[in-house]
Ligand binder design. Structure first.
Ligand code: V47
Length: 414
């Protein structure tokens, strides 16, 4: 059976809003009929979201890159051991200063994640979130992955729910979706051997949802996972969503192979995922996760251009302004570090869609019927250069020597 005929029965199901099975999802991932997959996903998305595409004016903040999993999460280029070159841990004042630096931007969300620091306790994060809330009362705090929450529970000898309650009390309104990677025990043993298991990741999100903290979910693709691993990962997310309804958006994350052991072992340095697979992951995510309201494209990973095309492949949520993206740029992403508010709106408009600025909980903040493009809308001009640098990838360097020149202005504050 060729790819096209394999998808024919699925078209009927999508038309009638029927749930796809495991075999259907496998057929989608094995098919090369990208345009049919995209058309079906677009149909599913339009039924839910029409032409609206939302984004948040957000700022990513990474208080530390010190992580005790640094030697076992072999796909990660961001983490450092405490004494390793390039390791940093921000004081609270430095975090507040970084947040204040974006005061002139229309920031409505802080996205705060770091590493599993052996010494930073729950009080550090609680004080950080309270301090940020006091300084920026209108900015939502989306903070700490399930992995960080489980780590804090372990070092504080508290339950996961108690940690989540403390975070909620300090001002956190939702959890980001990181740390899920791919739930398959075999793939996890290869790429993230000591990280919490898929079941444990799901348990933290279940607990968050029960406490009224919604969250995002992700899947890291394009490394050693099989198509069956991808499908089973999506089905596990769908099953939890059936149970709790607490996931807001799903974000497929494209593996970047530079400056990490996995990329070297696979002989993949300098070769990120293909645009074909990036679009397929967006579209299949939309089709399988029929109960998750939004699917987000993370332009720092897949380029703003692929993200723009993804808006016709089932995606209704575009990563926001970001301001300082560190995790993927350490792994060789050649995209800009941020996009301006106008550039985000322009990307969405350029795809023939209706931009909607949202808050962290997906409530509408602003629509753009009367919007007039600003001067920087045509091309991104992040600190790396005047245009999107989609083909330029830094050469791999040995771990421990990793530096990110564009951050020097900021990192010199250490
Ligand atoms: O869990 C780490 C990934 C994730 C690499 O919730 C890598 O709105 C690719 O989860 N290549 C953290 N990916 C980021 C994340 C996220 C991003 C944007 C939005 C949201 C949200 C969440 O980054 C990690 C891991 O899966 N990651 N290293 C790498 N070399």
């Amino acid at each position: 059976m060729d790819g096209r005929s394999a998808l024919a029965p699925l078209a009927d199901k999508v038309e009638h809003g029927e749930r796809l099975t495991r075999d259907d999802a496998l057929a989608l991932f094995h098919s090369n009929d990208l345009l049919t997959i995209g058309r079906l996903a677009d149909q599913a998305n339009r039924r839910r979201n029409g032409d609206r595409v939302c984004f948040a004016a957000n700022q990513h903040i990474n208080p530390t890159n010190v992580c005790v999993l640094r030697n076992t999460c072999v796909f990660c280029s961001f983490a450092r051991m405490p004494q390793e070159a390039g390791a940093y841990t921000r004081s609270l004042d430095e975090v507040f200063a970084e947040a204040d630096a974006a005061r002139d931007n229309p920031t409505r969300e802080f996205h705060i994640v770091g590493g599993l620091h052996p010494k930073l306790r729950l009080a550090y994060y609680v004080d950080m979130f309270r301090g940020l809330k006091a300084r920026h009362p209108d900015v939502h705090i989306k903070a700490l992955t399930a992995v960080e929450v489980a780590h804090l529970a372990r070092i504080e000898q508290l339950s996961v729910s108690d940690v989540l309650l403390a975070l909620k009390d300090a001002g956190v309104t939702s959890l980001p979706g990181g740390g899920a990677e791919v739930f398959s025990p075999a793939a996890r043993a290869t790429i993230a051997d000591k990280k919490l298991t898929g079941e444990e990741w799901l348990a933290v999100h279940r607990a968050a949802h029960r406490l009224g903290l919604p969250s995002n979910c992700t899947m890291l693709y394009g490394h050693v996972e099989t198509m069956a691993d991808r499908v089973d990962h999506l089905l596990a997310l769908r099953a939890l969503q059936d149970e709790t309804g607490g996931f807001l958006t799903y974000i497929p994350l494209a593996y970047h192979p530079d400056h990490n052991e996995l990329g070297e072992a696979l002989g993949r340095t300098g070769t990120a995922t293909s645009g074909f697979d990036d679009l397929k992951n967006i579209a299949v995510g939309r089709l399988v996760l029929d109960n998750i309201p939004h699917v987000k494209t993370h332009w720092p990973m897949v380029t703003p251009f692929i993200s723009q095309v993804a808006l016709s492949f089932g995606c209704d949520d575009l990563e926001g302004t970001v301001v300082f993206e560190r995790v993927y740029h350490e792994a060789g992403a050649g995209t800009p570090m941020w996009l301006s508010y106008d550039q985000i709106v322009g990307l969405i408009r350029g795809a023939g869609k209706e931009p909607v600025e949202r808050d962290s909980l997906y409530r509408t903040v602003r629509t753009f019927e009367d919007w007039v493009p600003g001067p920087d809308v045509a091309r991104a001009a992040g600190p790396e250069g005047p245009t999107f640098q989609i083909s330029q990838r830094p050469r791999a360097r040995a771990r421990g020597q990793r530096t990110l020149p564009v951050l020097q202005g900021i990192e010199s504050a250490e």
